[in-house]
Design a protein around this ligand. Structure first.
Ligand code: ADE
Length: 245
């Protein structure tokens, strides 16, 4: 999988993408992520990429030409048109389901807006998929693009150390995660639940599943409706409802 991030702030993206799991995955070639500076494609002699909005108003708008030429240069280089995504609070909210689908593609380009937005005509021309990372507004699309690139990369083969890492995790099985503990067994007077020290794997699995159900019911009851639940899960939730636990 190859991801190209079209941005005015390559250093900001590189600094995040060079660290930790994604940094390692890039180094070992499990994922290729490149940052492309939109400013390199401006035809303005002062290297400007933005201007004042027609009709007046605050802030600056990114111009169409540098973005259009930047994307077309990428298409020429790749010999194909990558799936283009524009990060914007006006897009569809990102879900783990969409992340899984995007992780199946070979080439993705992510366009980051900045300032007050992008000239609408380049959006009309390029017809990107518009994705939001939530109902709040950031100063630019870089952090959202990094979130998207991270969430996709961790789904790729070999990026996480073993596939259980994400199969067990929240949103994959549509439940929130159970609580986790590590050494020491007592910290600040707080003990690790006995069952986790018992070495009895079946009981541990049962306890974890039940904790995941309890958490999801308390914190995200909306997720329970979509979750794949076994008869055992249903029975446990019924007991919870009846306050018999
Ligand atoms: N750019 C600014 N805010 C954003 C958001 N919430 N999601 C995606 N892109 C954005």
């Amino acid at each position: 999988m190859r991801i190209d991030i079209l941005t005015l702030f390559c250093d900001m993206c590189e600094s995040v993408l060079s660290e930790s799991i994604i940094g390692r995955a890039r180094q070992s070639g499990k994922v290729e992520i490149n940052c492309i500076d939109i400013r390199d494609y401006t035809k303005d002699k002062h290297r400007r990429v933005d201007d004042k909005p027609y009709g007046g108003g605050m802030g600056m708008i990114m111009q169409a030409q540098p973005i259009y030429d930047c994307f077309n240069a990428l298409c020429d280089k790749l010999g194909e048109r990558p799936h283009l995504i524009y990060m914007t609070p006006q897009g569809k909210t990102l879900t783990q389901q969409r992340v899984k689908e995007l992780a199946k593609l070979d080439n993705i380009a992510i366009l980051c807006g900045h300032y007050e937005g992008i000239d609408e005509r380049v959006i009309e021309e390029l017809q990107p998929e518009e994705i939001s990372i939530g109902d709040y507004v950031l100063t630019g699309g870089e952090l959202p693009a990094l979130i998207l690139a991270d969430s996709i990369s961790r789904m790729l083969d070999g990026v996480l150390s073993n596939s259980e890492c994400f199969e067990e995790e929240s949103h994959f099985s549509s439940l929130l995660e159970y609580p986790q503990y590590t050494h020491p067994a007592i910290w600040n007077g707080r003990e690790v639940p006995d069952v986790l020290l018992s070495g009895h794997h079946e009981n541990v699995d049962k306890w974890r599943r039940e904790q995941a159900l309890i958490r999801t019911k308390e914190r995200r009851p909306d997720m329970l409706e979509k979750a794949e639940l076994s008869k055992k899960d249903e029975d446990f939730l019924k007991l919870l409802d009846e306050n018999r636990l």
